[in-house]
Structure formats: C-alpha cells, structure tokens
Design a protein around this ligand. Structure first.
Ligand SMILES: Cc1ncc(COP(=O)(O)O)c(C=O)c1O
Length: 379
C-alpha cells in the first residue's frame, strides 16, 4: 500500500540510476528519457560539471538564510539578467512560487488587482496560480477561486481588448503553452498584446517556466519574437534538477519588493544555486543554443518525413527541443507503448505527444527516439 496521496497517475517505473539521456529502473530496464524530468534535466541526468559544482558547495555550506549576503545569488542573478535584458531577480523554489511572486509584484507595483491570463494556460498549483491557470480541470472541487483573474483566448485580440481595463495589473502568458498542448502564440498577436498592455499601464509577465533556459533554442522563448516583458518567471531547467525558481524583472519595480514585502526561507538555496550557475553557464552560450535549434529541426524532420501521410498524424508543434506531435486521437495510450520499447515520453493536453529531450541529446539518441515513436504511431 502506498503512503502517498494519489495526486499523480504514476508509471510502473522505479528509477535507481540515471545518467545523460538514460534512466535505469529497478527491474533492470534501461530507458531513453525524452521527458528530462518535465523540462528540468536540460543537460541530461547528473551532468558531471553540475555535479562537481554541487559537491564543492556541499563541502562549503548548505543553508544560512536570506539574512546573509549569498554570493552565488548575485552571480546567478547576473547570469539571468544578462541573458534576459532585465535587471533584478527574486529567488524561490519552484515554478508556482515564481508565478506567485510575479503576481504579487505586478499587483503591488501597479496598485491594480486584475491579472489577465490565457485559456489553456498552466501556471501552477498554488491557490493563486491555480486560479491563474486557464483550465477548468485544474480547479475542479476546490471551491471558489480568487476572482481577480480573467481568461482570454490566445491569438484573439478582441477578447484581450475586451478584458483590458483600468484595474488590469498585468497580462500573463506562456509564449508556447506547455501543459496545455504545445500551443504557440502568434508573434503578431503577442507583440500587439504587449503593446496594448503597456499602453494601458499594465505589466507583461511571461511564464518561461517550461520554455525558458534554452529549451526552445534561445535563453527565453520571448526572444524569438522580440517581446519586452516586465517580469519573467523561470524554474524547471534552471538548476538541472535542484529545486529553484525565480522571477527576473525591471528595476522600476524594485520599490514594490522592498525589505519585508516578500520572502522565502529556502529560496535561493546555495546548493541549488551552485547547480544553477554551472547549468546556465553551459546553456547560455550561442554555440550550445544553435545546436538545440539544429537538433530540434532534425527531430522534427525525421518525425514529419515518417508521419506526414499517416491518418493518425495531424501536425507538429513547438520550437527547439520542445516538440508536440498532435494526433487525431488521444495521445495517452502511446506513452505506455513507448515505455514498453524503452522510451519515456509525455503528453500535453489530450491529443499531443510531448517530447522534451535533454538539450545535449545526441543525433543517435534523436534517431532512436524518432524511430520508436514513428513505429508506434504507424502501427
Ligand atoms: C508554464 C508553467 N508554469 C508553471 C508551472 C508550475 O511549476 P512548478 O510545478 O515548479 O510549481 C509549470 C509546471 O509544469 C509550467 O509548465
């Protein structure tokens, strides 16, 4: 009998070891892992350089509290601000916490309360981020939600115009919706949405928790379409599997986050930061990111070539190494078939197979995964 609340529909896979793109289970079965801990282990499992940095920090100190000057926080904050073009960072421990901080900062700095989010978005499971999420299934059974969120349809400017008002603190969105189905916002729509928000005195919050840290071939997905967010939230891939989240924001917002206004006991933990520093210095590098783009293109072209005439196949979605295969039927059953053939993959929404391989995946691993997936879908 399990002693865990059954919040997850867990697979019958018990990991005992994981290295690079491979994960070994207790029964001895070795899997090619195209889930990366859901866009977390972006350098594969247990990368050597990150491991060394973590070991060094473990031998120094583990935790003091945010009453101290933590040099690693300054160093990682500089990496994040340099890569994003923003100015200041607040560290938490997870994606939902980062979005909580973003929502609080937007409300306090504007003195307004409404935050507009998008239908099919996913922003987390805390009370505010659950309410921010534009999917009913996430909220079912929890009673009345926080009422200061309003949901608009992605790529529909009229619905955004109707929702923007003098009480709108921010619009908040994912450039590519991850959990919702690898749905890309049109560049023109997102650029106009940003313009309308700024003209209205509202902030633009971009949730880069799944898309960020190189996943789409740039440090942040908003950089593909030249957006100018006021706040960006990140987590997942930032520290190769150690719990860390952050918001990166404009210096003009700093008064609203003055001493005592927000905090987290564990936020910016030095061990997680040691992992983050090494992870970011590997990923935030033009050569590395160009490879992510090339590998993503290779995976997409192998999939498209093999699937384009299959009745089950609808289309490919996504950018870089965040790829969705949209099907004409539910995607769920194909995950167990893939596991039987030693490949770990995910779904997004109901009809999309989601692939999130490590960003340093090899050509051979890409070919192997593409061949298993296309074999299953052709059957
Ligand atoms: C876009 C996005 N925002 C927020 C979250 C929540 O992150 P966490 O599970 O770390 O709280 C997720 C997690 O899947 C996500 O994909």
């Amino acid at each position: 009998m399990s002693h865990l609340f059954p919040t997850y529909a867990r697979w019958d896979v018990t990991p005992v070891q994981a290295k690079g793109a491979y994960l070994t289970a207790k029964d001895g079965k070795e899997y090619l892992d195209f889930t990366s801990g859901i866009s977390v282990c972006n350098l594969g499992h247990a990368p050597e350089n990150v491991k060394k940095a973590v070991e060094k920090q473990l031998n120094q100190f583990w935790h003091t509290s945010n009453l101290f000057q933590i040099e690693l926080q300054e160093e990682v904050a500089k990496q994040l601000t340099d890569a994003s073009g923003l100015d200041l960072v607040f560290f938490g421990n997870s994606g939902a916490e980062a979005n909580e901080a973003a929502i609080k900062l937007a409300r306090k700095s504007t003195g307004r309360t409404k935050v507009i989010t998008f239908v099919n978005s996913f922003h987390g499971r805390t009370f505010a981020t659950m309410a921010a999420t534009g999917q009913e299934k996430i909220k079912t059974g929890f009673g009345p939600m926080l009422e200061t969120f309003e949901y608009v349809t992605m790529n529909d400017l009229d619905s955004l115009k109707a929702a923007l008002d003098e009480n709108t603190a921010a619009i908040m969105f994912e450039v590519i919706q991850g959990e919702g189905g690898i749905n890309e916002g049109d560049a023109g729509f997102l650029q106009e949405a940003e313009k309308l928000a700024h003209e209205n005195g509202s902030l633009v919050i971009i949730d880069e928790i799944q898309t960020g840290i190189g996943r789409t071939g740039k440090p942040f997905a908003f950089q593909h379409i030249g957006l100018h967010p006021d706040i960006v939230s990140v987590a997942k891939g930032i520290a190769s599997g150690f719990p860390l989240g952050a918001i990166i924001g404009k210096s003009s917002l700093s008064d609203a986050f003055s001493a005592g206004s927000h905090g987290s006991t564990f936020g910016g933990n030095p061990v997680a930061l040691a992992a983050a520093k090494e992870t970011l210095s590997t990923i935030f590098n033009d050569g590395f990111l160009d490879d992510v783009t090339k590998k993503g293109e290779k995976l997409q072209s192998l999939l498209l070539e093999a699937l384009k005439d299959e009745p089950i196949f609808k289309k490919l979605k996504g950018k870089g190494l965040m790829i969705g295969i949209e099907l004409n039927e539910e995607a769920g059953p194909f995950l167990s078939e893939a596991r039987e053939q030693n490949l770990l993959i995910l779904t997004a929404g109901t009809h999309v197979i989601r692939l999130l391989p490590p960003l340093n995946v090899t050509e051979e691993e890409i070919e192997k995964a593409a061949s298993i997936i296309t074999g299953i879908l052709k059957k």
